[in-house]
Design a protein around this ligand. Sequence first.
Ligand SMILES: [Zn+2]
Ligand SMILES: [Zn+2]
Length: 347
Amino acid sequence: MRAVVFEQYGQPADVRKVADPDPSRHGAVVRVEATGLCRSDWHGWMGHDPDITLPHVPGHELAGVIESVGAEVANWLPGDRVTVPFVCACGRCGSCAAGDHQICERQTQPGFTHWGSFAQYVALDNADTNLIGLPEELSYATAAGLGCRFATAFRAVVAQGRVAPGEWVAVHGCGGVGLSAVMIAAACGARVVAVDVAPAALELARAFGAAECVLATGGETASAVQELTGGGAHLSLDALGSPRTCAASVRSLRRRGRHVQVGLLPSAAGDPVIPMERVIGWELEILGSHGMAAHAYAPMMSMVRSGALRPDLLVTSVIPLDEAPAALAAMGTVRGAGGVTIIEPQR
Ligand SMILES: [Zn+2]
Ligand SMILES: [Zn+2]
């Protein structure tokens, strides 16, 4: 098969022929029809992820068709249209037994713990626990973004963030996950304040339902959010993952507000300075959110099917596999306009 491979961190990847994967006993091999380009892939390529060993194939947000399954797989057959959360759970540890597959103690992640989906085929572990069937009307390009940014945003806003109609929700960083959060929070009846450094990203945020936008150009974004919301957001998300946006998110909250950390904060970025005196004095909640378990997809999928959520609108560019190495490298230098790039490995 053809795959995007890198041999050294931060050095150009190339597209080359490698061996086709085989399914493990409980796993499946999926023919990748679409796979999203994500900031986490860039972090992995830069060497910020300790799970990666070289040489490596990135890619963790995918949709496709099952090519083959292992002998122990009961629920899936070749030909099924599927997607998968970026956290593939073991299904048997204590966290999985509690239903918290998204923080599985023995999780695997395609594109991190093993070769990922910037390839014509990808091997996925524990198919019965992790695969999610796709309705016919959902395109592969749209479905590819569900397993990482969209599901992550859904859990962050709905489950961890406990959003309620009429609340103010601040979203710091309007890339793929941030725009997803804007759309989901607005669909849940919240009033959204979108914050980003790029006017184009804020334009998209407004189109996806943001009531207010704050252009973060070095100024005090937290006080701007405090002012627009009449005393602070009920819920605020750091959807970028930087010490600056994390602190700004916490400072955007009103009393008893909830901060949800969604963007990755790799140690290479430095530790955020959290105003803990305010966390105590205002009884703030600091929460993390890490993907979403396959078994929790149904409410999100029904909102997608009804048209209340439109993940298709997030896809702003579709490229062939040959253009993936350059697009991956460009994530570090080019400030995106907020949309999502989808790679189609079969072309
Ligand atoms: Zn991702
Ligand atoms: Zn587990």
